[in-house]
Design a protein around this ligand. Structure first.
Ligand code: AMP
Length: 380
């Protein structure tokens, strides 16, 4: 299938070409025509599947047919659970929009940062990407109106609900016009998501894909047996042993993430911690620097790292194992995306060994366990 088979106009096809997307991902094949026909859509797809472009492209096409709004009423609302996803979606919209005949203004709004600068930039926004709490604040201040939207997207709906935003979402839904197109994406299904789907979607087209550009087979997984006191020094040896441009290190707590990043920096390795205790400004900056290759190592906790999309991340290191096997798969899935080869290395203390076996069993894949001391001998 080509992008030109999906019902997209010449303008959009040109923008896609200039954004260097060669052919559509499976979710895009199915979702784009349905959204263009203004059907409601249920997408069961995780981050990494290409879901963002799947809804942004047809939305841009529809917006292009109209003039930019002159008032404070926004035509398209994308609700997201986190600030990081908000920024990412806005980047995708921006990436295509800059190649279109008329620039379509999109904007991410989220809490944890001062509201005034956001209020000042809202004028003429056509795609508003918002976390629920901040959106309600902005509506309360009369900065934006959502009573005329024609398209609502609820992205990562499962996470929106898991994070406790159900009431906010219900409140927002009450403010929307009755006639609108609804698009809901979720990586997982449970009774709460099901309820929301029933409430929100009318005769939806259902599309379901695995994150098929996340290819576990392409990830070279390794583990090193290491003593607890040698973890820090071994991490440094490991990082210095290759020329990986970007390395994402996972720690299980905010304190460890801070400590590991500080130790690495002290030893001349460019590293920044990334976790929920950092201010929004610090998180955005850390991520931007890491994405652009200015910071080589990002030391993150699981919560902060969810949904981060960095193309072609070459190496993930588990400084500590996550509690759940699901999180392990999620972590290593940060590499080996979009068909690129990646490496995942776990540092395993004797205490973690049993847990690591459980993870491998659940994952259905064995990981070679190597000796850190042997490795040190070969590199020093
Ligand atoms: P998403 O699931 O929306 O977070 O997208 C995952 C990654 O795939 C992003 O980095 C997108 O830029 C990229 N992507 C999405 N669709 C395509 C495509 N058709 N061709 C190449 N890259 C794509």
């Amino acid at each position: 299938m080509n992008f030109s088979d999906l019902g997209l106009t010449k303008e959009l096809l040109q923008a896609i070409e200039r954004a260097k997307y060669e052919s559509p991902y499976p979710i895009q094949n199915e979702a784009i025509p349905a959204i263009l026909q203004q059907r409601d859509l249920l997408g069961l797809a995780p981050t990494g599947s290409g879901k963002t472009a799947a809804y942004i492209l047809p939305i841009l096409q529809r917006l292009l047919q109209k003039e930019a709004p002159k008032e404070r009423f926004v035509p398209v609302l994308v609700l997201v659970p986190t600030r990081e996803l908000a920024v990412q979606v806005a980047e995708v919209a921006e990436n295509f929009s800059r190649f279109l005949p008329r620039k379509i203004k999109s904007m991410a709004v989220f809490g944890g940062v001062s509201i005034n600068p956001q209020m000042m930039k809202l004028h003429g926004v056509e795609i508003l990407i918002a976390t629920p709490g901040r959106l309600i604040d902005l509506i309360g201040r009369n900065s934006i109106g959502i009573s005329r939207i024609h398209t609502l997207v609820l992205d990562e709906a499962d996470k929106v609900l898991n994070m406790g935003f159900r009431e906010e979402v219900e409140h927002i839904l009450e403010l929307l016009p009755g006639k609108r197109q609804n698009i809901l994406f979720s990586a997982t299904m449970d009774s709460e998501v099901e309820l929301l789907i029933q409430k929100l979607l009318k005769e939806p087209v259902r599309v379901q894909v695995e994150a098929d550009n996340f290819t576990p087979e392409l990830i070279d997984q390794k583990a090193y047996r290491v003593s607890p006191e040698n973890k820090g020094p071994f991490l440094r040896i490991l990082i210095n042993s290759g020329d990986w441009k970007q390395i994402l290190v996972f720690a299980s707590s905010i304190r460890t993430a801070d400590n590991v990043a500080a130790k690495l920096s002290k030893n001349g390795i460019d590293a920044v911690a990334f976790h929920g205790d950092k201010s929004q400004g610090a998180r955005t900056e850390a991520l931007a620097k890491f994405k652009s290759g200015k910071t080589r190592v990002l030391v993150a906790t699981d919560l902060a790292a969810r949904g981060i999309d960095i193309q072609f991340l070459p190496l993930v290191i588990n400084y500590e194992l996550p509690r759940s096997p699901k999180d392990y798969v999620h972590r290593i899935g940060r590499t080996g995306r979009a068909g690129a080869e990646g490496e995942a290395i776990s540092l395993i203390t004797p205490e973690e060994l049993h847990h690591f076996k459980v993870i491998q069993k659940k994952m259905g894949k064995r990981v070679e366990l190597l000796d850190s001391e042997d490795f040190e001998k070969t590199t020093t």
